[in-house]
Write a new protein. Structure first.
Length: 135
């Protein structure tokens, strides 16, 4: 079974409304996932109180609480221990990918990405993730 087959609920955390719109549109067209949006780390933390995601797509660079800080706070929530988290970011260096993965994230998807192949990209990241979690 592909990793994406186990995904039902997704939170997209990004302060860029264009990225959010295109990504949500693509995911809604290409999957049967229930996609919720958060425009900030704080909003994502509020959302997970009532919505249990299987996957969080998390922008690395946001005003206020950045992606790394948001990631840390999300991982403090025991109910999210099995949730996949993939960073999405425009400014990426090879060291950044290693740092995000060292935090425990499944991986990184770089912007700009093709919304039409995003689900395939998510599957690629999840299949290569260096994780011990069992879904």
């Amino acid at each position: 079974m592909r990793h994406v087959d186990a995904i039902k609920n997704v939170i997209l955390v990004d302060d860029d409304t264009n990225i959010t719109f295109l990504t949500k549109l693509a995911l809604n067209e290409l999957t049967d996932w229930n996609v919720m949006e958060a425009s900030s780390g704080a909003q994502a933390l509020d959302l997970v109180k009532t919505f249990k995601p299987d996957l969080i797509l998390l922008d690395a660079m946001m005003p206020g609480m950045d992606g790394r800080t948001t990631y840390g706070k999300l991982r403090e929530i025991e109910a999210l221990n099995a949730t996949y988290i993939i960073f999405i970011t425009a400014k990426i260096q090879p060291d950044d990918i290693s740092q995000f993965c060292d935090l425990g994230a499944e991986g990184v998807i770089t912007k700009p990405f093709d919304p039409i192949t995003l689900v395939e990209e998510i599957e690629r990241v999840l299949s290569h993730a260096n994780t011990q979690r069992v879904k």
